[in-house]
Ligand binder design. Structure first.
Ligand SMILES: Cc1ncc(COP(=O)(O)O)c(C=O)c1O
Length: 370
């Protein structure tokens, strides 16, 4: 009964051309799918640091509040310094950071304003919270202000939540405006900088990109799974926010802490990011990709980030398959990860790519699309 019900639903997903299946990662292919923007996941010094961290064992053996607090505080101190905040707190993943922070801080009687294109982990955090949620149009300050004008008076705390760099579009949230509006309406900004950290603002992220100083009403979220090349999430903010999360955030309290070897690896990744040359090289590669993708009519505007959405609608999966047959992996992204009608190939570039790689991708995409 249960089995046949699930089968029927799976058939519907398949009929709608939305069926997802796992594919083993191929090493013999030109990869434009990974979030390893700085190629730190395989950096020899990072691997050495991970090996060194294994002296603590495979896992952390418990929650941070029990047996799992090993080398984590060293990384938290460094992350706080890096993000220029009072404190930082690690979580097992970026996903669990978003759900844990949002559900703990945003309470009944509060209002969350969430960008329409925010990442699924933010959406899930909003759902888990007891706050009311309003969606504002993507990066649209006017839409944000309109909602605040109408609703601010009915609520206690206001939280404006946005990706710093949007994961499927690669565009950047108008953080200067958002911060100004948060100040004006006595609100708090939560910025998920999963794709901005290591990429923008000399690696420090989207706040630095806008020359914004961290302040009492800004909470920054990050992940160690993208530019850091590892796994884990973190939140940076004022002392009281971090202490409150340690005491109330369920995905922090009731989940096993990050393995210490990954903490050691992330410490080395952070050191390498702080040196600055990797982010600089990434920005050079973004400039090359902009030039080449423009020439092949794949983009209209230059990107400031390594994420390029090539919007193809119904043709997305067919084009992604064509690339694969020709030795390139650039994944097709469909609903519900992106809105219906805006299905796309998400190209993400990294420091390991060369100009000829962008040429090869540009030529193939251009041949197939035009
Ligand atoms: C914007 C954004 N936030 C959060 C996450 C979740 O991070 P993690 O993969 O570390 O769980 C991702 C990536 O999957 C993301 O793109």
């Amino acid at each position: 009964m249960f089995r046949s019900e699930l089968r029927r639903e799976l058939e519907t997903i398949m009929r709608n051309n939305l069926y997802r299946s796992l594919r083993k990662k191929r090493e013999d292919i030109l990869d434009f799918s990974s979030n390893d923007y700085l190629c730190l996941s395989k950096h020899p010094e990072v691997i050495e640091a991970v090996k060194e961290g294994l002296k603590y064992g495979l896992g952390s053996t418990g929650s941070r509040l029990t047996s799992g607090n090993i080398n984590h505080e060293i990384l938290e101190e460094r992350l706080a310094e890096f993000k220029e905040t009072e404190r930082a707190l690690l979580y097992p993943t970026g996903y669990s950071t978003n759900i844990g922070v949002i559900s703990a801080l945003c309470k009944r009687g509060d209002l969350i304003l969430s960008d329409r294109l925010n990442h699924a982990s933010i959406i899930d955090g909003c759902r888990l919270s007891r706050a009311d949620v309003e969606i504002y149009e993507h990066c649209n300050v006017e839409s944000l202000v309109n909602i605040l004008e109408e609703k601010r008076k009915n609520y206690n705390n206001i939280f404006i939540i946005t990706d710093g760099v949007f994961s499927m579009d690669g565009d950047i949230a108008p953080l200067e405006d958002i911060k100004r509006i948060a100040d004006e309406y006595n609100g708090v900004v939560i910025v998920d900088d999963a794709h901005g950290t290591g990429v923008l603002g000399r690696g420090k992220g989207t706040l630095k990109h806008f020359n914004l100083k961290p302040s009492d009403n800004i909470i920054q979220i990050g992940t160690l799974s993208k530019a850091f090349g590892g796994l884990g999430g973190f939140v940076c903010g004022i002392e009281e926010v971090i202490e409150y999360l340690i005491n109330t955030s369920r995905s922090f309290i009731y989940s096993t802490a990050l393995p210490p070897s990954l903490v050691s690896g992330a410490l080395k990744s952070l050191e390498l990011i702080e040196e600055g040359h990797l982010t600089k090289k990434l920005q050079e590669n973004i400039r090359s990709a902009n030039r080449i993708f423009r020439r092949y009519n794949l983009i209209e505007e230059d990107s400031l980030t390594p994420i390029y959405p090539i919007i193809l609608g119904d043709r997305t999966m067919e084009v992604s398959e064509y690339l694969l047959k020709n030795g390139i992996y650039a994944p097709g992204i469909r609903y519900p990860s992106v809105p219906k009608g805006l299905e796309r190939i998400r190209v993400s570039i990294n420091v390991g790519h060369r100009e000829e790689d962008f040429e090869r991708l540009g030529r193939l995409l251009n041949d197939c699309i035009s």
